[in-house]
Write a protein that binds this ligand. Structure first.
Ligand SMILES: *[C@@H]1O[C@H](CO)[C@@H](O)[C@H](O)[C@H]1NC(C)=O
Ligand SMILES: *[C@@H]1O[C@H](CO)[C@@H](O)[C@H](O)[C@H]1NC(C)=O
Length: 782
């Protein structure tokens, strides 16, 4: 053995120079120097010789000092003898030198020094690695200098490692890629996504490979119910908002880390997972099968303190509203025979309740056990959830792990690097005790950067992001980013207080928050928002959510909220009952609804009238005419789902004997479950009336009647109206208030209590539903 080791050590494989650009920065201090040291420990004596050049713009003396500081904290693996460690550390420090690299001449000098060193030692140059730990704006200059002045001679390779961000959207990523491509060959570039170096992530493909036999019959749409790819953080973006404000959670985490993981889980497994080309090829094919994302594929949120942090750190005016999401849940589908219809849920956010990362593959379960759970033998019951989990880190386990439900199969993992995990007693994961799983953790926990630096050295390109891969990912994400650019994210308080606020559900290819937004005040005290500064803001009015905006945005916000209610209602019960008011504001709303709301489930929508004048339905004064002209011709509502008020019966208008109000009430009772509309859209008159419920008139304000006859004090016709008790049975009521004329009543009603006899609108408060006010700036701010 000794002889063999000796022989290996003597076989010269050439000299490798590693240049760490940004050697005194945070990433270098925290991870990269340690990764290089680990590489040295792993490779020393195996034939290569090394030199390490820490580089930065700082002058040599100061830079040397800073670098020495960064190197102080190097550590050896726990199982290494301390004296041996100290010896290796000394060697490493001797091989590591600081260089100022600023100008082309500096790079030429470095190149000459490397050549001289190699010659002097009688070595052959194997290659050079440049690790870019610098901001992206510095990439081009450095790349130019390396290409023109610091390439190794013939026979030696060049590798450059690049850190994200790699652009902000498809176009900028492409520009950056083109620029880098003018300096480097594709095989010379190693784009780092450090998640690919996390042990549990790096284990996904080997695991799939080593457990082919069991997984072959499970890893597809017939067996997988859903896949969750999750990275939750408790920290927020404070101190980093100048970066974060430009990126947001989708660019920061989903576009890269979570998408990479998705491809590892979903790709067709190459026959040889050790074939770098095959892996990269199969990854690309997965991108090609991704279904295009819609606006409704995502829900986004922003933790409450974020806006204030941005204003403070970026010196924005008090009125500045950031729309940058700090939380996102996205529903991804892969349209190929293996995954058709299986939801992949990608989720990440800051200021959440826990720090954890995992990939969870949940399998379908058709078993039904008759005996109670206490009889389910030793957690192998087919009734228990069946899942495979790649636990990336943190959370309840605190370490990376691979978990397989015991009722699935007994997995095989490489025993030299993975061992059985003994958890604390009582530990539960995803609602199940740890004993439900075959659980493995790494024998040695390794930092992601150490792993990637080793893969970089060993030319394992499948652990890095190729240009094609990068652009495919941006191509996938950019349309969603564009469509979210002007959307206000849901504001969440942060931490445990988030409660169920960010929970979401999916159906029909769409994601929506499970709870309706308890809309809240975004601007803090003393920073009153100016309408011109942003599009839509939220606040409270009479203790209910208020949405305020310029008229166009307000109407389109209301239209999309109606659509969202409709989609939810149809998912829940198969139909959507919407009661609409007359008037001029609703006409703009009808026009909005008729255009551009393509996923509105019109075929399952019932349209009801909130109130009606006692005029023929064909009369221009009729509220129904508004619907008839502006909405019905453009949407495909079945005609039997349209319910005008029966104000004209037996060729007469609102005759008491015809009992029109009772007829309408009976129709509602017959068709609308519990007489509870899914959504009622109301207006507010300058006298505080709503629907056709007028001040100083008792009709319809209380009592049993669902529909009543009323009379406006100022107008000639009688009217028919939904009663206040019926309105208050609704699941959601939207009150739309627009125009300067409404300013005074808006102010007044904001202060009064519940006095429907004076101001009928003040009696609107759904007993178990939600009220939301929609006011344009003129009505609300004057
Ligand atoms: C890269 O270097 C080569 C060789 O010196 C040179 O021909 C080429 O123009 C350089 N590329 C750029 C974009 O400067
Ligand atoms: C029916 O409506 C009443 C009054 O709004 C409400 O209290 C009750 O919970 C509703 N029942 C159902 C089954 O929705």
């Amino acid at each position: 053995m000794a002889v063999l080791g000796c022989l290996q050590a003597q076989e010269p494989q050439g000299h490798v120079s590693i240049i760490l650009l940004g050697a005194t920065g945070d990433l270098a201090k925290k991870y990269l120097w340690q990764g290089l040291f680990q590489l040295y420990l792993d490779e020393v004596g195996k034939g290569h010789s090394f030199s390490f050049h820490g580089a930065a713009l700082t002058d040599p003396q100061k830079g040397q000092q800073l670098m020495a500081k960064a190197l102080e904290t190097l550590s050896c693996p726990a199982d290494m003898v301390p004296s041996h460690c100290a010896e290796r550390k000394d060697q490493f420090l001797q091989l590591s030198q600081y260089r100022q690299l600023k100008t082309a001449a500096d790079y030429s000098a470095l190149s000459r020094d490397i050549e001289a060193h190699v010659q002097h030692k009688g070595l052959r140059e194997a290659g050079r690695i440049f690790y870019f730990s610098v901001p992206p704006f510095a990439y081009a200059d450095i790349a130019r200098n390396i290409n023109s002045s610091c390439r190794p001679g013939p026979g030696a390779w060049l590798r450059v490692a690049l850190e994200k961000p790699f652009g902000q959207d498809y176009r900028s990523a492409q520009e950056l890629a083109t620029e880098l491509g003018s300096f480097f060959q594709e095989e010379e570039m190693y784009r780092v996504d450090h998640y690919l170096g996390k042990q549990a992530v790096a284990q996904i493909l080997p695991f799939r490979d080593q457990n082919r036999q069991a997984l072959d019959r499970l890893w597809d749409r017939h067996h997988v119910e859903r896949v969750e790819i999750v990275m939750k953080e408790t920290v927020d973006a404070e101190g980093r908002t100048s970066f974060y404000e430009e990126y947001g959670v989708i660019r920061d985490v989903l576009q890269n880390h979570l998408t990479e993981i998705l491809t590892l889980v979903a790709m067709e497994l190459p026959r040889q997972v050790s074939s770098v080309e095959a892996v990269l090829q199969h990854k690309l094919q997965t991108f090609q099968a991704l279904r295009v994302l819609q606006r409704t594929s995502a829900v986004v949120g922003q933790y409450q303190a974020y806006g204030e942090q941005v204003r403070r750190e970026l010196q924005k005016p008090g009125s500045f509203q950031s729309l940058t999401p700090t939380f996102a849940g996205v529903l991804v589908y892969i349209d190929n025979p293996r995954w058709e219809g299986v939801p992949f849920i990608l989720l990440s956010g800051k200021a959440l309740d826990e720090r954890v990362g995992y990939v969870r593959v949940l399998f379908r379960n058709q078993a039904h056990c008759v005996q109670s759970e206490t009889h389910w033998a030793a957690s192998r019951s087919q009734c228990l959830p069946r899942q495979v989990i790649f636990y990336i880190g943190h959370g309840a386990l605190g370490s990376p792990a691979v978990l397989v439900s015991r009722n699935l199969f007994s997995p095989s993992l490489p025993s030299e690097s993975w061992q059985e995990l003994q958890g604390q007693p009582g530990l539960r994961l995803f609602g199940r005790p740890l004993s439900d799983f075959y659980a493995y953790r790494p024998v040695k926990e390794l930092d992601a950067y150490s792993i990637l630096i080793s893969h970089l050295f060993h030319h394992r390109k499948d652990s890095f992001i190729t240009t094609e891969n990068l652009l495919a990912s941006w191509l996938f994400w950019t349309p969603l980013l564009d469509s979210l650019a002007h959307e206000a994210p849901r504001v969440y308080p942060g931490g445990a207080e988030n409660g169920h606020l960010l929970d979401f559900e999916f159906s029909g290819g769409q994601l929506s928050f499970s709870q309706q937004q308890p809309e809240q005040l975004v601007p803090g005290p003393g920073s009153a928002p100016m309408p011109s500064d942003f599009q839509v803001f939220r606040s409270k009015y009479r203790d209910s959510p208020l949405i305020s905006a310029w008229p166009d945005e307000l109407i389109s916000k209301l239209a999309s909220d109606i659509e969202a209610s409709a989609v939810r209602a149809v998912q829940r019960s198969g139909e959507f009952h919407l009661a609409l008011s007359g008037g001029s504001s609703p006409i703009a709303l009808f026009q909005q609804l008729a255009h551009g709301h393509y996923s509105f489930p019109w075929a399952h929508t019932h349209l009801w009238l909130v109130d009606e004048r006692c005029v023929p339905l064909s009369d221009p004064e009729s509220n129904f005419q508004g619907l008839q002209v502006h909405l019905l011709p453009r949407v495909r509502v079945p005609h039997y789902n349209v319910h005008p008020m029966p104000v004209q019966l037996r060729r007469r208008l609102c005759a008491e004997e015809d009992q029109g109000a009772q007829l309408y009430a009976a129709e509602i009772s017959a068709l609308v479950t519990n007489s509870s509309f899914d959504l009622v859209v109301l207006g507010m008159g300058i006298d505080g009336h709503t629907a056709s419920l007028f001040p100083q008139s008792p009709a319809g304000l209380d009592g049993e009647q669902l529909v009543v006859m009323t009379r406006s004090p100022s107008q000639p016709h009688d009217r028919m109206s939904l009663s206040l008790p019926l309105i208050n049975r609704a699941k959601r009521v939207a009150v739309l208030v627009m125009g300067k004329m409404k300013r005074e009543i808006t102010l007044l009603v904001s202060r009064v209590g519940r006095e429907p006899r004076k101001w009928p609108i003040s009696g609107v408060l759904p007993s178990s539903g939600q009220l939301v006010w929609y006011m344009d700036y003129e009505a609300f701010l004057g």
